[in-house]
Write a protein that binds this ligand. Structure first.
Ligand SMILES: [Zn+2]
Length: 575
């Protein structure tokens, strides 16, 4: 800027300021519907300003500042709430979550809260006894941590509970089904059934006899395709369950990480959101990442475009596409650059053929879609970045905001590519602790060197790249306070005595909050309207019992969500 230009811009700014203050003197301050006052407001604006009061009118924020100055917005119809020094934040957002399937899982025979295998088997037996007339018992939520040692998710364990009808149990990660013999029979899976492309049928040691697991999407589809379709009504119930749960955690905006289009009798996820929105029951901002079906190849792009156009309206924006590109480490299905240490013939799986992803990503980017790629292994992370790079080379640089989800293993050569390619690295910070997975299951799979490349949250942040957080619920808790605490501490919030996991990858409290607010809003293309407490934005807010900066880190997850507001409307709690 030349001195002359500088002078001009200073003049312009001061004119603007004069103009503003004159306006304010002339026009009376607009009256608020709701005034939240005497609070600790951490605004998450660019300067990280603290404030005391927020005034709201017609669902939008009209004032942020001191409690004294806020009084000018008070009229006879204004509801004034004294928050007694409680903390007020922009409400939380989640950039990778499965609300509909998660809600349905919690409405089924749920094993998420069972601490070990014995408890899970007891719960399954209770579900079997409680539902004598059900044609099949379906549930979800077991974990690989239940099978450390001798036991495996074997059909015989389930046959011993009930062999007369199918028992079908998804793992908490959503990558594996554990089923009994009747379920395998229903799915037509025998020792002669070949593994489907991109999936696997678990086999008994030294034989091709199915053992009772079906791995990854194509493997699990063998089972799902032989069950009755999920109806729209059931999906709505699942979504409403999830919505209540998310509100109770202070969340008002999400990215649905895998929105399925309607398929035959199976109700679509976008139809589910639309249906609730039409009934005025959708109290979440939803960015839906439409599922890329690996079986359909490039031919599905037209259907994705059409669905995006048809369904994107109001709070539902179906403008991302999700590539479920690999599996998970625990089953050796995450795709690595070098073979698994304990299985030297295995590199893991790519669920989407690489050439399809390299071709589809530029085409979808050109059509304006946000690219959302599930990548766990360092191989998949690299291929995802390659595809995003190719889109930029082909289409030029635009405000595309591609994101990689989970980002579990990142080869050191790829760390700098996130900022270079303006790609958002998203993590589930709750996973970056020392637990059965990272302390027991993963080290022999990866070896010492590769373990050090796990969840490089601080390292990616330090390059200047943007980081945002997603819970992957129902894989793990969607509680942002749990996530914030673990991002800062790398310790189990439930107070286990395990050592700090990868201490150098811990981040500041401010950065952790940003990952669930302003940077999540950026990721969800909602930052113009949400993600910070600023004049003009929606009054999407959360009120917490404690100022997170004033309490020990280990107590962050014990702070209570007292109230959640969406556009000034109380959707959870009370003042
Ligand atoms: Zn997911």
């Amino acid at each position: 800027m030349s001195p002359f230009q500088l002078l001009l811009s200073v003049l312009a700014t001061s004119l603007l300021l004069v103009g503003c203050s004159r306006d304010e003197q002339d026009a009376p301050a607009p009256l608020a519907d709701l005034l939240l006052t005497n609070a600790k407001v951490y605004t998450m604006d660019a300067e990280r300003t603290w404030a005391e009061a927020v005034a709201i009118r017609d669902g939008r924020i009209i004032f942020v500042g001191s409690s004294a100055d806020a009084k000018q917005h008070t009229g006879s119809a204004t509801k004034v709430v004294d928050l007694g020094q409680k903390m007020l934040l922009p409400s939380f957002q989640d950039v990778h979550i499965h609300p509909i399937s998660g809600g349905l899982a919690y409405l089924s025979c749920t094993l998420f809260d069972e601490p070990d295998l014995d408890a899970a088997l007891a719960k399954i037996a209770r579900c079997v006894a409680d539902n004598p007339d059900a044609k099949a018992i379906v549930g979800a939520g077991w974990g690989w941590g239940m099978f450390i040692g001798e036991a495996t998710p074997d059909k015989k364990l389930l046959d011993a509970i009930d062999s007369s009808r199918p028992l079908i149990f998804g793992d908490g990660d959503g990558h594996t089904l554990w089923v009994n013999s009747a379920a395998l029979a229903l799915a037509g899976v025998t020792k002669d059934t070949p593994d489907p492309e991109g999936g696997e049928i678990g086999r008994e040691e030294g034989s091709s006899e199915p053992s009772g697991t079906l791995l990854e999407g194509p493997g699990m589809d063998l089972m799902w395709n032989s069950l009755p379709a999920t109806t729209l009504e059931q999906k709505e119930q699942g979504l409403l369950y999830a919505q209540r749960y998310l509100h109770s955690l202070g969340i008002t905006a999400i990215q649905d990480a895998m929105a399925f289009l309607a398929d035959g009798d199976e109700a679509g996820d976008l139809d589910t959101y639309r249906s609730l929105q039409e009934k005025d029951q959708l109290k979440l901002r939803v960015r839906a990442a439409i599922y890329w079906d690996p079986a359909k190849g490039l031919a599905q792009i037209e259907a994705i475009k059409a669905a995006s156009k048809e369904f994107s309206k109001g709070r539902l924006q179906a403008t991302s596409v999700k590539f479920w590109a690999d599996g998970i480490l625990e089953t050796h299905t995450a795709r690595l650059l070098e073979p698994y240490t304990d299985k030297p013939d295995a590199l893991g799986l790519l669920m989407v053929p690489l050439e399809d992803m390299m071709a589809a990503v530029p085409l979808l980017d050109a059509a304006g879609f946000q690219i959302h790629i599930h990548a766990i292994g360092d191989g998949t992370v690299r291929y995802a970045l390659d595809a995003i790079e190719k889109a930029r080379e082909t289409n030029g640089v635009r405000d595309a905001r591609p994101l990689i989800a989970h980002t579990q293993l990142v080869h050191p050569d790829d760390i700098g590519r996130f900022v270079e390619l303006q790609t958002i690295a998203t993590f589930s910070p709750y996973w970056a602790i020392s637990d059965d997975y990272t302390a027991v299951i993963n080290p022999p799979q990866l070896g010492e060197e590769r373990m050090k490349t796990m969840y490089p949250i601080a390292e990616v942040l330090a390059t200047g790249a943007r980081v945002a957080f997603g819970s992957d619920w129902s894989v793990s808790t969607a509680d942002p306070l749990m996530g914030i605490e673990t991002a800062v501490s790398h310790l189990d919030p439930d107070g286990s005595t395990a050592p700090v996991f990868m201490p150098e990858q811990r981040i500041s409290l401010d950065a952790a909050i940003a990952g669930y607010t302003i940077d999540a809003a950026f990721t969800n293309f909602l930052d113009a309207d949400t993600g910070s407490v600023e004049v003009g934005k929606y009054a999407d807010l959360v009120i917490l019992s404690d100022n997170l900066f004033d309490i020990p880190t280990a107590q962050i997850s014990e702070a209570k969500v007292l109230a959640t507001l969406l556009e000034g409307e109380l959707v959870y709690g009370e003042y």
